[in-house]
Design a protein around this ligand. Sequence first.
Ligand code: DX5
Ligand code: ZN
Length: 216
Amino acid sequence: MVRLAPSLLSADFAHLARDVRALEAAGADALHLDVMDGHFVPNMTFGPPVIAALRPLTPLPLDAHLMITNAETTVEAYIAAGVNHITVHAEACTHLDRLLTFIKSRGCTAGVALNPSTPPDLLRYLPQVDLVLVMTVNPGFGGQSFLESQIEKITWVRSLRAEKGLSFDIQVDGGITQDNIGRVVAAGADIIVAGSAVFKGGISEIPNNMNRLRHG
Ligand code: DX5
Ligand code: ZN
């Protein structure tokens, strides 16, 4: 069954502890933390201090999606804050191979995110990657429309994994709804990130929204 990693970007930032507990109770497989620095993307969200405050609230894996320009110099702070997984953007890292290897050396799993216009061929040269994040929106905001153009990228990434005998997870993030999740999973997604579709209608609707995503 596809794994769900709800994005806290759509949570109520005035009640993050409450929303984290609601997501855990509704069966989330991980919490997707959209870290934004206002440089790599126009928006700014939260960083290590907030993540450290969330860490003791839940045993769920904390999946940090770093939409930041200086991941190479700040990644230690996210590790210290207690994340389990770190995804960095190919477009923001000069020394991506070295950074992914370093993240893994510190006990976290490591992922690479690809913006919609980024060709996936670089994955041929990153055999150590644990997760590939195919962005199906341009990063920076929740509630955007799904980019159909990325479906073929998902299938390409899946075929590369098979060709190379690799075992990374394919995570898809952005504009995922009950109406398109079936096609996204059929294309090869193992993990779905969703914000708006999980939080729409308020936290009382989280269990129903997650069930609809899981079971259509
Ligand atoms: C966008 C983030 C996504 C986003 C998903 O930059 O990486 O995780 O929050 O939100 P929805 O599901 O509302 O598109
Ligand atoms: Zn994200």
